[in-house]
Every structure is written in C-alpha cells, then in structure tokens.
Write a new protein. Sequence first.
Length: 147
Amino acid sequence: MSTDLQPAVAGLEPLIGNWTIEVPMAPPGVRATGSFEPLLGGAFVLQRVQVPDPFPSAHCVLAPNEDGAGYTQHYFDSRGVVRVYAMTFENGVWTLERTKPDFTPLSFAQRYRGTFTDDGNAIEGAWESRGEGADWELDFELTYRRA
C-alpha cells in the first residue's frame, strides 16, 4: 500500500485504511467501524471510530514525538472526553498508554496492546485498566479487521 505519509509517521502505514472493529462484550448486532488516513499533507494520521450509541465514537490524531521515539495519540470522543495517550508502533505491535492526568483527571490508568496478524489484516488486542496501586486488569478485548 502506498500512502502520502511524511517520514516521521511513515511507520504507521500498516494502519492506513478502513477497518471493522469487534468488541466481544458489545451486544449482538452492534457494528463499529474505523479508519486511518493521512492528515495535513501526511504530517499526521487521523483515526476515526464510529460506534452506535451508547458507546462513544472518537476522532484521534496520531502525531510523531519530537524526539523521534514513538508517537502521541490525541483522543477526542462524542462524550466530550479529551485524553492523551503515549503510543508506540513497532514490529507489528501497537500500544497506547495513559498513566498520568492530561486534559482529563486520571481516576484510572489505561493501556491497549494490539498485535497484527501475520497477514496484516487484523489487529488483535485488549484494553486494560488499573486503579492507583492496583494491578492491570482486562477491561475489554478489541480487534480491528481490515474492511
């Protein structure tokens, strides 16, 4: 796949495209979709997630860190929630982590770890959360499948 991503975000190319999103804990028939596309001349990547109510839909901007080590996901959702996640994308593994307050107070920490399947057509992962001083616990599984 060829995209117009600038070098600082070129490593995110495997994400580019349209996806269906599976969340096993969602009621049957709930269909979520997502997409990743170059933004502002390929300097950033825009992630869109569409989910029926009562679940939040979201727009995220994926930006390279100035030091070249990883990325930052700027998250905005239909509830009015704004968060910032530290992000890495290496060797087919996508991680997002929020462990300190940002625009929203931190009542719990969150992290997502998703691994690309060998054919690159799915990202299988899960969100975890933890309260202060507690261990990470499964919040929910979440799988992206290329549409």
